[in-house]
Design a protein around this ligand. Sequence first.
Ligand SMILES: [Zn+2]
Length: 290
Amino acid sequence: MSNSILSAKVLQNEAAAIAWVEARVWPEGPVCPHCGGVERISKMGGKATRIGLWKCYQCRKQFTVKVGTIFESSHVAMHLWLQAMYLLCSSKKGISSNQLSRTLGVTLKTAWFMSHRIREAMRVLGLEPMGGPDRIVEADETFIGRLEGEPKRAKGSAHKNVVLTLVERGGAARSFHVDSTSVAQIVPIVRQNIRRESKLMTDEARHYVGVGAEFASHGAVYHGVKEYVRGEAHTNIYQHCAEKHLHRYLAEYDFRYNNRIRLGVDDVERTERAVKGIVGKRLTYRAAGH
Ligand SMILES: [Zn+2]
């Protein structure tokens, strides 16, 4: 037997992969996605039956663990999904759709849809504000890529996407794709995402002057954001990434940073955390067949 994580049964065997995902999506046992029922649910058996098919005898409908998740309407086998999730979660700088396509032996189009759905799983919903008493939260903006239809200019940032990033020292990062560095864009995000008891660190930009006074203190020493942005995150975002998908790339980098080794999260645990995020993230654009 190989010790390689890639030979793990959940990455090779479809029944094992589905059981593994079921255990994470339904820690208390199967839940019917149609009526919410938890009783009178049976596994469908028989050779002609799809693996992982359940029937709810309350509403008489059938379902699999894919319903209502990023896997819904995908024909890709679950063990391949888990391979893709493991690859995206364990490689420090992410993995391109081209690479994913070659590694998994799926078409480029399928690999592209898979990566975007996995990024969606990494997007954390309903986050509590960051910081707190004696905690330092830094805020800064980065300019990346180029706005669609804008000509390339040598200087200035008017033609670039603006990303606001908040980093708690020794803690998590959050990135937001904003329209501009105006007070109207920046201040509501700062207010909503940082506890007032925190020490706020920013540069001396005008848009932080007013809101800075609402925090325990407002200083100008900040390195964490720059380190995060330069080191791992936005420099790796593909320059051609379409604006409408930028928030998902940001979610991917924030997720990896917030579940980093230094915080005690290894590759397998990181993949498990991404799998827990698959629920309720069904993408709205048409992607049937991938
Ligand atoms: Zn039901």
